[in-house]
Design a protein around this ligand. Structure first.
Ligand SMILES: COc1ccc2nc(C(=O)O)sc2c1
Length: 255
């Protein structure tokens, strides 16, 4: 997978050299380019923002640097359409992901969808946001996705990109050594994962549930399923709404 990130704070992405993402890059599973948007400015102050039309607080990111950056990263195979019309794009066009509080909520299903793409481009907004015409023009040659991490507001898109990148890259084949981890974790099956335990068997007077030390794999699986349902009901009842109702056997719940 090729990923390009456009930002005025490239240093935010130093963490992409670390851990499993860093390893994915060195092993060739992932190719990342982080680009300072200011390299597409031409004034002495390398200006990327200006006051909003219609008034209002703060500043808006100017369209010109973004347009020039996209021209370089995604050369139009034809002059971009200048009208308001958008062009349906085939699935070979790169996906442009724009973090914004006004976007669709990011979730594991979206992470899987992005993980299936050959190329992702992330546009990190700052200030009050990016001139809307940038997204409209980009849609003539990319599949544009406005995405939010949740119902809160950050200073800019960089942190959201780091979160989405980690969620996506860990799904790429070969990045996580034991792919089975991906099937057992929260949100993998529409539920939250069961509680986890490791040695010692007793810690500060608290015992690991006997069932997990029983060696009875069928019983352990039933217990974990029951705990997963109970935990989801307690923490995220909204997730249960899209899960078929299940009857819990009290023996499966017992620890
Ligand atoms: C100006 O760019 C921003 C500002 C806030 C913000 N908050 C996000 C979020 O997902 O919470 S993405 C994002 C992008």
């Amino acid at each position: 997978m090729r990923v390009d990130v456009l930002t005025i704070f490239p240093d935010y992405f130093a963490p992409l050299e670390l851990s499993l993402i860093g390893k994915a890059r060195t092993t060739g599973l992932l190719d990342v380019g982080v680009h300072d948007l200011r390299q597409w400015t031409h004034d002495v102050h390398r200006t990327v923002d200006d006051t909003p039309y219609g008034g209002g607080p703060g500043m808006v990111m100017r369209p010109e640097p973004w347009g020039a950056a996209f021209d370089e990263l995604v050369p139009p195979d034809r002059p971009p359409l200048t009208g308001p019309e958008s062009v349906p794009l085939d699935d070979r066009a790169p996906v442009l992901i724009v973090p914004t509080p006004a976007g669709q909520r990011f979730d594991q299903a979206m992470a899987h969808a992005f993980a299936g793409e050959r190329r992702l481009i992330f546009a990190c907004g700052r200030y009050e946001g990016i001139d809307q015409r940038v997204l409209e023009e980009a849609a003539t040659r990319m599949r544009v996705r406005e995405v939010s991490l949740g119902d809160y507001v950050l200073f800019g898109g960089e942190v959201a990109v780091l979160v989405m990148l980690e969620a996506v890259v860990r799904l790429l084949p070969g990045v996580i050594g034991n792919a089975e981890s991906l099937t057992e974790e929260s949100h993998a099956n529409g539920l939250l994962e069961a509680p986890l335990y490791t040695k010692p068997a007793v810690w500060r007077g608290r015992e690991v549930p006997e069932v997990l030390r029983s060696g009875d794999h069928g019983r352990i699986a039933r217990w974990r399923r029951a705990q997963s349902l109970l935990r989801t009901a307690a923490q995220r009842p909204d997730m249960l709404a899209s899960t078929a109702p299940e009857t819990l056997d009290k023996h499966d719940v017992a620890t």
